[in-house]
Design a protein around this ligand. Structure first.
Ligand code: UD1
Ligand code: PEP
Length: 423
């Protein structure tokens, strides 16, 4: 069987400049939010990644006219009425398809969609999304691998989330903007992407406030929302991946567009490990040239804690640091599958359930490895950049889900990397 992957010759410190793309996790939600109006919306700085392309096709299956009108610029215009069933095979490949439920509940009130899939990093139930939508007045049934939602009248209410789920918070915000009365989402997720969605909804004419805190208040409006133009925030997880790539190769990078305020937890841990990170006018500058790094333990948490989406890359970095670090994964139950691939490269990591204990420094050597998921794949790329000799990182489709122009950006920073197909 043919395997698509990255061929990486490691050992070269990265140097130069990388521009951070627009945020995947904001782009997908803003695209879904355009279902709330039949007017045209334009979003700039959208990353050209597989998930965005999948969302374009999913939306198009619901009757949205969606097209690139220039590099990074997407124009979207939802039909009136919307279709009721997005393409099953696409929905099954992308977890973020669940974000259709909120805006559809608010707009057309009917959808039948396949149960969304995505990377295998542990169970990802939808109970918080579905219970929240039900308390706003939607009828929701899950049967035979499908979700069926019918909503005639939504009414504002108080919703308390058991956990600050990013996706559930966003879905409920989108549903509530057209509900009758006031909705307050308590224990809401505080991620910057939630704030970005709030700003986008405000630009569409919605009355929503509080995002970034744990209580979001939405005053429903029965008037339709309108189209808007928007420039997307930079991807903080991509930026963090580049920070760690500079650190693991003991290199020096300037990250144009990276936002220090979105990356406080990652920057603090990097500094504790001995990496220099400075704010500059264009973004961030990171340097680990000639440095011996020390082990730093982390525990993943909802924002503003250390992001789970940077946990695998952190484990890879800790393999090259002196001492023992303990990495606790508090969000997902199976996000250490990449570790067995790092073993092939010479890492000393013990995993017990949600805890990984990394002993370093180990000398990494190039190997043939397989990305098990998006960020696990990023961890393997980082390890391969630091390893002696050549690595093949298979499963590149996982990486292409979330990293725009990955090979090009790495090569521009001096990495010896090519995308290849292997028999
Ligand atoms: C497209 C997107 O934005 N993806 C991000 C989003 O995912 P996503 O929105 O799916 O993440 P959530 O915050 O909802 O999930 C976090 C945890 O809550 C649990 N949960 C969630 C919903 C629910 O109804 N019931 C439930 O138990 C999940 O199983 C998981 O263990 O936030 C995650 C946490 O920062 C990131 O890792 C993902 O990259
Ligand atoms: C888990 C991730 O994404 P998704 O929620 O789209 O699967 C991620 O970006 O690391």
């Amino acid at each position: 069987m043919e395997r698509n992957g990255l061929l990486i010759r490691g050992g070269a410190p990265l140097s130069g400049e990388i521009t951070v793309s627009g945020a995947k996790n904001a782009a997908l939600k803003l695209m879904a939010a355009t279902l709330l109006t039949s007017e045209r919306c334009v979003i700039r700085d959208v990353p050209d990644i597989a998930d965005v392309r999948t969302m374009m096709r999913v939306l198009s299956g619901l009757g949205v006219k969606v097209e690139w009108t220039g590099p990074g610029t997407l124009a979207l215009q939802a039909s009136d009425p919307l279709a009721e069933q997005p393409p099953d095979e696409l929905v099954r490949t992308m977890r973020a398809s669940v974000q259709l439920l909120g805006p559809v509940a608010a707009r057309s009130g009917r959808i039948r969609m396949a149960q969304p899939g995505g990377c295998d990093i542990g169970e990802r139930p939808l109970d918080l999304h579905l219970h929240g939508l039900q308390s706003l007045g939607a009828e929701v049934r899950q049967e035979g691998g499908f979700i069926e939602l019918t909503a005639r009248h939504l009414s504002g209410t108080d919703i308390v989330l058991d956990f600050p789920s990013v996706g559930a918070t966003e879905n409920l915000m989108m549903a509530a903007v057209r509900a009758r009365g006031v909705t307050v989402i308590h224990n809401a997720a505080r991620e910057p992407e939630v704030v970005e969605l709030q700003s986008f909804l405000q630009a569409m004419g919605a009355r929503v406030q509080g995002a970034g805190s744990s209580a979001i208040r939405v005053e429903g409006t029965e008037d339709g929302l309108h189209g808007c133009e928007w420039s997307l925030m930079p991807d903080r997880i991509e930026a963090a991946t580049w920070l760690l790539a500079a650190a693991i190769t003991r290199g020096h990078l300037r990250l144009t567009g990276a936002r220090a305020d979105h990356l406080a937890a990652v920057i603090a841990r990097l500094r504790s490990a001995g990496v220099e990170v400075e704010r500059v006018e264009e973004g961030l500058e990171v340097s680990a040239q000639g440095r011996a790094l020390s082990a730093v333990s982390v525990r993943t948490q909802p924002y503003p804690g250390f992001p789970t989406d940077v946990q695998p890359q952190w484990v890879a970095l800790m393999v090259t640091a002196r001492g023992t670090s303990v990495v606790r994964e508090e969000i997902y139950s199976r996000r250490f599958r990449f570790v067995q691939e790092l073993w092939r490269m010479g890492a000393d990591i013990a995993v017990d359930g949600r805890v990984a204990v990394v002993r370093g420094p180990s000398r990494l050597s190039g190997a043939d490895v397989e990305a098990p998921d998006l960020r696990g794949g990023a961890a393997l790329v980082l390890a391969a950049l630091a390893a002696e000799g050549q690595s093949f990182v298979g499963g590149v489709h996982h990486l292409e889900r979330g990293y725009e122009r990955l090979v090009e950006k790495l090569a521009q920073a001096g990495a010896r990397v090519r995308r290849v197909s292997q028999a």
